[in-house]
Design a protein around this ligand. Structure first.
Ligand code: PHE
Ligand code: NA
Length: 521
């Protein structure tokens, strides 16, 4: 309660910033191909189950941890987790839990964002390519075009650095003048562009087969297909809920740490979930999937990661006004990515500010350099190996972009639900417009949510073993020896960051709360 911390300027600004944090490439780029790959309507059943069992309860837990930590001057996960955990266990164990949480959050904010920034750079680059008509010639194969793009050092680096530089500039200006101001401009624009694109999508007619209508594309995701339900798609759906709501990353807590102690969190947390889901299942689901279906049919939806950068460009040049709509699409992706990346960026700046005592400006420049350093392999791999496999990015994404989010989510819900315990309910309801009921807290946060995460973790682990991700040389690069060094590099980098993260958080907790830890309280 010592340091003077910045606060959000207005309720609207806070909600838009939080929505900006959650609404990202996950909604427009990741969600459509996950839903398509995992059986459309069969994916949506576990998706909504995960939203209720994991998404909403964890969102409330994270807002609660953030506001609680902010009261003590903390915007990072290590001390936040320590402060709640010590209520239910010895300070020594609480300190270890804090160290673990700090390590995982550092892993995510440094590494997930290091490749995410690249994809943001691609979206900006593709907005430019589309506007300038780069791939409009129908003789061009858009798949080859994309590969050439990511192997072009000049373009890739240029747009990546532009994106990073704007991020640095925005974060430097602080919470209100930086993050909040950008969210107030970009978030409404996303919804407007989204609606324009939906109208265009729904008025398309298939040039190839009359039965490939946008509505048939919508039907693919919206008719529940119980018979196609399976574990793999259920895991993918739960993973998507974590990713899209920014859960298990530490960045919701970071934003919530700038709340005042009596600011509402229940309704605001639910508003964040609603705005994200609106942008995901309505906007994200009504653009990419039906457009692709209309032009390419059910087979087109299988294009996976390439949906946004390969399948859609193919379509933009076919459809009337495609150049303009295509540019809107990539700008929408850019804004969505930007307002999420800024949260990760700010997490690291807050860490330098609060735990190292570095001024915000210096911290912002340092974080810029950190992202260049850790993102460099993403740029170099396709250029040096002359492939488009992106093994370094894939390996990081498999761990810090999915598996570790769930691990951190489990730790968080145990700390609040079990260690802070029922006091967490009181804390959550402080200053709130709507109250979380005791029954909800008992049934969900203390029971169903942790149990669901444990089950998820067990099955994900099995899946990862089966997919060969745990092997020294993971299966996905076994047949391509030139990619092996990139995977090993990714592993080395992850290990390094996790160790640094643990040590840093553990030491910092000791520095601030050493006395009570010594005394065992
Ligand atoms: N929720 C974000 C999204 O949907 C996840 C994210 C945040 C990813 C910040 C990277 C950086 O895209
Ligand atoms: Na999202």
């Amino acid at each position: 309660m010592t340091e003077k911390r910045e606060n959000w300027g207005s309720k609207l600004g806070l909600i838009l910033a939080m929505a900006g944090n959650a609404v990202g490439l996950g909604n427009f780029w990741r969600y459509p191909y996950q839903a398509a790959k995992n059986g459309g309507g069969a994916f949506m059943i576990p998706y909504f189950a995960a939203l209720i069992l994991l998404g909403i309860p964890l969102m409330l837990v994270e807002w609660n941890q953030g506001r609680y930590g902010g009261k003590y001057g903390h915007g990072t996960l290590g001390p936040m987790v320590y402060l709640q955990a010590r209520e239910g266990t010895s300070p020594k164990i609480a300190r270890i839990l804090g160290g673990l949480a700090g390590a995982l959050a550092l892993g995510v904010t440094v590494l997930l964002n290091s490749y995410y920034n690249h994809i943001i750079g691609w979206t900006l680059g593709y907005a430019y390519e589309t506007a300038s008509g780069g791939y409009m010639d129908k003789a061009i194969n858009t798949g080859e075009y994309f590969v050439k793009y990511i192997q072009n050092p000049f373009k890739v680096v240029l747009f990546w650095i532009i994106a990073l530089a704007i991020l640095a500039f925005a974060v430097m200006r602080g919470i209100q003048k930086g993050i909040e101001a950008w969210a107030k401009f970009m978030m409404p624009t996303i919804y407007v562009f989204g609606i324009i694109l939906i109208i265009r999508t729904l008025t398309l007619g298939s040039p190839i087969k009359p039965e490939w209508t946008p509505i048939a594309g919508l039907d693919f995701i919206w008719s529940p297909r119980w018979q196609d339900l399976n574990w793999t798609s259920a895991l993918a759906a739960a993973g998507q809920i974590f990713f899209t709501l920014s859960l298990g990353m530490g960045i919701i807590q970071n934003y919530a740490s700038y709340l005042k102690p009596e600011d509402d969190i229940v309704l605001s947390g639910l508003a964040t979930v609603s705005l994200n889901e609106l942008a995901e299942v309505i906007l994200g689901g009504t653009i990419a999937i039906p457009i692709t279906y209309t032009f390419l049919g059910p087979e087109g939806l299988k294009s996976g990661v390439g949906l946004s950068f390969i399948a859609l460009p193919n379509i933009f040049r076919e459809m009337a006004g495609g150049r303009i709509f295509g540019t809107f699409w990539f700008l929408l992706l850019f804004f969505a990515g930007f307002t999420s990346a800024i949260a990760m960026y700010n997490y690291l700046v807050a860490l330098f500010e609060e735990e190292v005592g570095m001024p915000r400006k210096t911290g912002s420049v340092l974080v810029f350099l950190i992202y260049i350093l850790f993102g460099l392999p993403v740029a170099l791999e396709p250029i040096l190996t002359k492939t488009a496999e992106l093994a370094y990015l894939t390996e990081l994404d498999n761990w810090v972009g999915s598996y570790l989010l769930v691990v951190l989510g489990l730790l968080e819900v145990i700390v609040t639900g079990w260690l802070l315990g029922i006091k967490g309910l009181e804390e959550m309801n402080k200053g709130s417009f709507w109250k979380v009921s005791k029954a909800f807290y008992n049934i969900f946060i203390q029971f169903l949510t942790p149990i669901t995460i444990i089950i998820l973790l067990v099955f994900s682990t099995k899946d990862y073993i089966k997919a060969g991700y745990f092997k020294w040389i993971p299966s996905f690069v076994e047949k391509t020896p030139e990619l092996v060094p990139w995977v090993l590099l990714a592993r080395f980098v992850m290990l390094f960051i996790l160790i640094v993260g643990f040590t840093q958080a553990y030491k910092n907790i000791g520095r601030k709360y050493g006395k009570e830890i010594q005394e065992g309280k």
